[in-house]
Write a protein that binds this ligand. Structure first.
Ligand SMILES: Cc1cc2nc3c(=O)[nH]c(=O)nc-3n(C[C@H](O)[C@H](O)[C@H](O)COP(=O)(O)O)c2cc1C
Ligand code: SF4
Ligand code: SF4
Length: 448
């Protein structure tokens, strides 16, 4: 059987599936249950000077039939005394010596950092994670994302930690920043052993239209929260890619976090360079049992592709993530409708007609509802295939023969790109464009 075990920046674990620092890792009780269910590691709910939380803490974005597509919280770090947490870390390590227990930390002064690091090491933690992410509450007190948004301060604290720590240190980054490479490079300059990302995105998930308060409401008011869950995965994946390709951060191990819910999500993070992944929202939604699907799915993927261990496919997608200027302008696809699968909903027609390139025609006969592609108008944007509700009904068919390759960068080098407002080299020249007056004919037809 393929081997799922990892050595992440010196932290060994039976598999790359870790719980992110959050409510599922609040207590030793939960972490023991999670390890028993199959999780390979857990980042303890952030430790520091215990906080006082508000009641009413979470909000969500429900999208159509999906609940918690996006999840929002305004809770702070652990509200439990440090001594209780440390005792439980020790206990968990006794039962699960080969699982990764990582202590997430957030304190203010250098003396506090040194003290809490020693305490966690003495309790038997396998690693530390520095929480420079929380975008609510703690940042008002100069911690969390207040540090994550100031690369110089972040670097200084990482340096303090690296001087004091004898176990691997993961720096957890805030995504609330223009360029993730700025704090990423600062963490590397500070000597961090690894990076994890993302923490939550500063957000307001909605406003109550009766009370005019943001969700989650706390006695008629609210505050910005931290957003996570499936909605943030694409943004998190891109940030992971930025660090995995940056010449300064690319050799630092990355633990990927954000919207992970199934085995495909895990594989995607690994293909973009992550050596472990962390999950919060999906566990809060469905419980620890989801790890069984993660494990069986990743194992099946590895079997299908012939991989023996995680390292064999880690980062395999990175060479294919290029800059736009290096994409092949000679590649040409067009939409193709499978008439046998088509249910005649005509969503593709409306999308292309109003939102794309008027490249789909209706028959004109109400009895024939299957649209057809006007191939010469189709620019291959994919929109119709994305809106079509029937799987594999609209496919994009390759029309170039693959022999030609020409990129924007190459065209620029040859002086073969549009540079004036009405340049004859404009990409749209020659594409079918109806006249504005054609719209009037359409009004007449649709109002008959
Ligand atoms: C309710 C809640 C509390 C969280 N508390 C912490 C925390 O104490 N420390 C931390 O580093 N991240 C915290 N996070 C962020 C998660 O660890 C994780 O980075 C984020 O939720 C993205 O992962 P997800 O999309 O799987 O939820 C919290 C998230 C949630 C939803
Ligand atoms: S969206 Fe798909 S199913 Fe609907 S008409 Fe177009 S091709 Fe047919
Ligand atoms: S791929 Fe784009 S342009 Fe072509 S038919 Fe579909 S929506 Fe229209």
């Amino acid at each position: 059987m393929a081997d799922l075990s990892i050595n992440f920046a010196g932290i060994k674990a039976p598999n790359p599936f870790w719980l992110a620092s959050a409510p599922p890792t609040n207590t030793g009780y939960q972490i023991m249950k999670a390890f028993d269910a199959g999780w390979g590691g857990a980042v303890w709910k952030t430790l520091g000077v215990p906080v006082v939380n508000v009641s009413s803490r979470y909000g969500s974005v429900n999208y159509r039939d999906s609940r918690m597509m996006g999840f929002n919280n305004i809770e702070l770090i652990s509200d439990r005394p440090l001594a209780d947490n440390l005792r439980e870390i020790e206990e968990v390590k006794k039962y699960f010596p080969n699982h990764a227990v990582i202590a997430s930390l957030m304190v203010e002064s250098r003396a506090e950092w040194i003290q809490i690091i020693k305490d966690c090491e003495n309790a038997g933690a396998d690693g530390l994670e520095l929480n420079f992410g929380c975008p609510h509450g703690m940042c008002e007190r100069g911690m969390g994302s207040a540090v994550g948004q100031e690369p110089e301060v972040l670097k200084t604290i990482v340096q303090w930690v690296m001087e004091a720590a004898n176990i691997p240190v993961i720096t957890k980054l805030s995504p609330n920043i223009s360029h993730i490479t700025d704090p990423g490079r600062a963490a590397v300059a500070g000597g961090t052993s690894a990076i994890s990302l993302v923490n939550t995105f500063k957000s307001i998930v909605g406003i109550n239209l009766d009370t005019y308060a943001p969700y989650p409401e706390v006695d008629g008011s609210g505050t910005n929260g931290g957003y996570c869950g499936p909605a943030v995965k694409p943004i998190a994946l891109n940030m992971v890619k930025e660090l995995a390709q940056d010449h300064i951060t690319k050799n630092t191990p990355i633990s990927g976090i954000g919207g992970i819910e199934n085995w495909r999500d895990v594989v995607e993070y690994i293909l973009l360079g992550c050596g472990s992944v962390q999950v919060c929202t999906a566990v809060m939604h469905y419980g620890f049992g989801i790890v069984r699907e993660l494990e069986s799915g990743v194992l099946q993927f590895m079997r299908d592709k012939g991989y023996n261990n995680i390292e064999e496919f880690r980062g395999k997608a990175l060479p294919n993530v290029k800059e736009w200027k290096d994409l092949n302008l000679k590649h040409k696809v067009v939409a193709d409708i499978n008439a046998e699968k088509c249910i005649g909903c005509q969503l593709c027609y409306t999308a292309c007609e109003d939102g794309a390139h008027q490249a789909i025609a209706l028959s004109g006969d109400p009895a024939i509802r299957i649209p057809s592609i006007i191939e010469e108008n189709c620019v291959g944007c994919n929109l119709c295939s994305l809106v079509c509700p029937v799987e594999e009904c609209i496919t994009m068919v390759k029309r170039d023969d693959g022999t030609e390759r020409l990129t924007w960068a190459e065209r620029t080098e040859r002086g073969d790109v549009p540079v004036t407002f009405n340049d004859p080299l404009a990409g749209g020249i020659g594409h079918h464009v109806p006249t504005p007056e054609d719209a009037i004919k359409t009004f007449k037809n649709t109002r008959k």
